[in-house]
Design a protein around this ligand. Structure first.
Ligand code: SAJ
Length: 441
């Protein structure tokens, strides 16, 4: 059976399915189509399907022209019809794995996809899970479903895990040129899954099990969360010592080996770094092990918004102003520079905390025209001189390159700078307070 699957991969007669057409699934579907496969993209959102079938892309890194070409030449079709999964010889699952309100894994999307695959699985099918998840998911959730369909993994069907490494907006690294780790239930599963990805990705890195592949992804992102937590603690240390943390980090980064630069900030956002480590922490709790590094990093990173609000409060206090009644302009709300995504953004926490203390808060972000909150929509204001003079304090939260930072310093009265954007600017009207005493307090 393995030879049959490999042959269909090599001659491109295999039909490849992708479940979940988001920032991971759609670029992957386009790569498979470019490699010469017929691709069936499945998503539960009719709006997504209609957009794609009209030749439009809803994903920043995928050009509409590529979608239109693939749809026109028949190499890609998008559908909400689940039964079309039965036509596929290979299926990659790229659905969300968020956290629940109690910070536990929300596996509902993976389970829904796994049930759909089970309903349409057949001999000779290769299934690969890509969603970031706790070690054991592939073996514990997907393998039993294959076997419930009467299919033995490694003989009738092949099952693997391959972590996604998509970095939205990255101008250098994309799905095609980012090495792809693949871990299968059996050696045959590793071989078939590797063969599939080798048709469209430059480098495939096989590992011996799905657990190893699941853990690779969690190590990558826990590494970032822990190191960001470290520099955030160093920022607090520098603040108490009156040392410029940015100077310390830049100087440390001159070490040509054994050091990797991370920068402090107002906290961590996005749908990866704040969430992925909790998948590992959750799994280890079920094995009665406490992942102290992950928990400590999360504690430090998630307290940074409080720390920033405290800095704002002290800076206003220096001018005999209380937070209550003050007018505060938040500059940048996206979770990192030069993108429009506000998921888990620390800016949302900072705005909430300031309003809880009675401040009147507005925001400006050139990438984020509005923020949809539970009961209302908040819209960006212009970065006008009037707005800058209106504010008792401006808080730099996201360091978008295109922001007119000099104008901010020229016309604002007080700037709390959590991203060191004011360093190197000409002095202006504003008193600048840095995250960690980089400027005169
Ligand atoms: N952050 C800091 N200091 C840093 C780096 C990041 O405060 O030194 C903050 C950012 O402002 C952001 C959060 O942490 O709020 C996450 O930033 P990130 O640079 O990790 O960006 P993400 O969340 O888009 O992470 C993605 C991840 N990609 C995948 O999961 C496939 C991550 O593994 C990548 O390393 C990262 O992009 C990247 O390098 O851009």
């Amino acid at each position: 059976m393995q030879d049959k699957v490999l042959a269909k991969i090599h001659d491109r007669s295999a039909i490849v399915g992708v479940i979940g057409l988001g920032y991971v699934g759609l670029p992957l579907a386009m790569e498979f189509a470019r490699a010469g496969f017929r691709v069936i993209g499945y998503d539960v959102s009719q709006r997504v399907i209609d957009t794609l079938m009209s030749g439009q892309s809803h994903i920043q890194d995928v050009k509409s022209s590529d979608v239109a070409t693939a749809v026109a030449n028949g190499s890609f079709v998008a559908t909400t019809v689940e039964s079309r999964l039965g036509e596929c010889d290979a299926i990659s699952i790229a659905v969300p794995t968020p956290l629940s309100k109690t910070r536990d894994p929300d596996m509902s999307f993976v389970l829904a996809a796994a049930d759909a695959v089970q309903r349409h699985a057949h001999t000779g099918m290769l299934v690969v899970l890509e969603s970031t998840t706790y070690p054991g998911t592939t073996r514990e959730l997907l393998q039993p479903r294959m076997e419930a369909a009467g299919l033995e993994v490694g003989r009738d069907v092949f099952l693997a895990f391959s972590p996604e490494r998509v970095d939205p907006g990255n101008p250098v690294y994309n799905t095609h040129n980012t090495p792809k780790v693949v871990g299968g239930i059996t050696p045959g599963c590793v071989a078939t899954a590797s063969a599939l990805y080798q048709t469209c990705i430059e480098t495939v890195v096989p590992v011996s099990s799905p657990e190893a592949a699941e853990l690779v992804k969690l190590l990558e992102n826990t590494f970032r969360a822990v190191n960001i937590g470290l520099v955030n603690e160093i920022a607090i240390v520098c603040d108490k010592l009156g040392v410029n943390v940015w100077e310390v980090i830049d100087a440390a980064a001159t070490k040509p080996f054994g050091f990797m630069k991370f920068t402090p900030g107002p906290g961590i956002g996005g749908h990866c770094i704040p969430l992925d480590p909790h998948y590992l922490a959750w799994k280890m709790r079920t094995l009665n092990y406490k992942t102290r590094f992950i928990d400590l990093a999360s504690e430090i990173n998630s307290q940074m918004p409080d720390y920033v609000v405290e800095k704002v409060s002290r800076a206003l206090n220096d001018e005999s102003k209380s937070v209550r009644g003050s007018r505060i302009l938040v500059l940048g709300v996206a979770y990192k520079r030069d993108i429009d995504d506000v998921r888990e953004s620390p800016a949302l926490d900072i705005i909430r905390l300031l309003e809880e203390r009675g401040a009147h808060v507005e925001y400006h972000d050139p990438f984020v025209s509005q923020i949809r909150e539970d009961d209302h929509v908040r819209r960006t204001v212009d970065l006008s001189e009037d707005m800058l003079r209106w504010a008792d304090a401006c808080v730099v939260v996201t360091d978008h390159k295109q922001m007119a930072w000099q104008r901010v310093v020229d016309h604002a009265s007080l700037v709390v700078d959590t991203r060191n954007v004011c360093a190197g600017l000409a002095p202006g009207r504003a008193r600048v307070v840095a995250l960690a005493s980089g400027h005169a307090a």
